[in-house]
Write a protein that binds this ligand. Structure first.
Ligand code: SAM
Length: 332
């Protein structure tokens, strides 16, 4: 009798769901708070339903959107060095999205024969599940333990580490925090790290206004559609009646704060009802709803934020134009 064919044993995917009924309350609570303030605003995490996540992936392909391309090029150049200096076997990725650049790190971990487990965390369920399915096929020995959750609220629910950890937070998403909450969030991340674990942070850097604004206001209108997706989410989840065609996409650079603001500007006065939370709001002509800030940093500012969070920056990798940086830090 011939031996049975060898079948590559695929490691299982497990996915924890931290977004429960209480979390749909988060959108309701955020809307109630944010839409009744004198300057209306909502957190960018509400942009990312399945459609929003797909639109973000399309943004990453745009010529104007340099962050993805630049970060990818740095990773292509440095991934082996990053993995060699961290010795990490477990990659925890916050806001993993479609996990495209992640492969460069997983490849380097596999080359170093360290790869054990990938732990993606994202609010976007479809992106997380689809990327997990793809990755276990591409890396047959990889275990994936994902968490569909809010990285601001659910990091205490991460599975216990199985190997030395690298916590990656890519794409410049750290820029979505204002300075005070940025430090608070970095402290939460620091609390996840054992003495040998490291944080890999992708950070968009201060640069000229024209380049920055173009990255958030492409001529094809993909970013505008992404921004308006917030209104579609509200229409669906909170039974609202926003007319998405009556809001213009605005991207502006606030030079004093060194951050981009994405806003939706009301075309004409309008009244909107959010039935599920029993709320009616008025927009004046030209009134804005702030949907995202994206802060641009310098090495000095990031270093002091990290220090305030109990982290020490050890390595700084950037591109030749100095547009984007990846940094490694360790518990101080
Ligand atoms: C700017 S995208 C970056 C995606 C990917 N890391 C990259 O570099 O291309 C931000 C990602 O973080 C996720 N995200 C945003 N806020 C989040 C939150 N509070 N908790 C968990 N995920 C969040 C979004 O769903 C999205 O996938």
């Amino acid at each position: 009798m011939s031996a049975p064919p060898q079948i590559a044993r695929r490691r299982p995917i497990s996915v924890d769901h931290a977004l429960d009924a209480a979390s749909s309350r988060t959108l309701a609570d955020d809307a109630l708070d944010g839409l009744t303030q004198p300057f209306k605003q909502l957190a960018p995490k509400h942009l990312y339903d399945a459609r929003g996540a797909a639109l973000f992936d399309a943004i990453c392909e745009l010529d104007e959107y340099y962050p993805t391309r630049t970060e990818r090029a740095i990773l292509e150049r440095e991934a082996d060095r990053i993995i060699a200096s961290t010795g990490a076997g477990e990659l925890v990725e916050l806001g993993s999205g479609s996990a495209t650049k992640t492969r460069l790190l997983l490849d380097a971990m596999a080359r170093a024969d360290l790869l054990v487990r990938y732990v993606p965390v994202d609010v976007a369920e479809t992106s997380l599940r689809e990327s997990a399915e793809r990755l276990v096929v591409e890396y047959p020995s990889l275990a994936v333990h994902g968490m569909i959750g809010d990285f601001e609220r659910h990091l205490h629910r991460l599975p216990a580490p199985q190997a030395r950890r690298l916590v990656a937070f890519l794409g410049g998403t750290i820029g979505n925090f204002r300075p005070g909450s940025r430090r608070r969030f970095l402290r939460t991340i620091a609390a996840l790290l054992g003495a040998e674990d490291r944080l890999l942070l992708g950070t968009d850097l201060v640069k000229d206004r024209a380049t920055l604004v173009a990255a958030y206001d492409d001529p094809e209108g993909v970013t505008a559609e992404f921004n308006r997706n917030m209104l579609r989410v509200l229409n669906r989840e909170l039974r609202a009646n926003f007319d998405t065609d009556r809001f213009d996409h605005v991207a502006l650079y606030d030079e004093r704060n060194e951050w981009i603001e994405m806003r939706l500007r009301s075309r004409g006065p309008q009244t909107v009802t959010l039935e599920a939370i029993d709320l009616t709001i008025e927009f004046a002509d030209g009134e804005d709803l702030l949907t995202e800030i994206s802060a641009k940093l310098t090495r000095e500012r990031l270093e002091s934020d990290l220090a305030a969070a109990g982290l020490e920056l050890t390595d700084w990798y950037t591109d030749e134009r100095g547009w984007f940086a990846l940094s490694l830090s360790r518990p101080a």
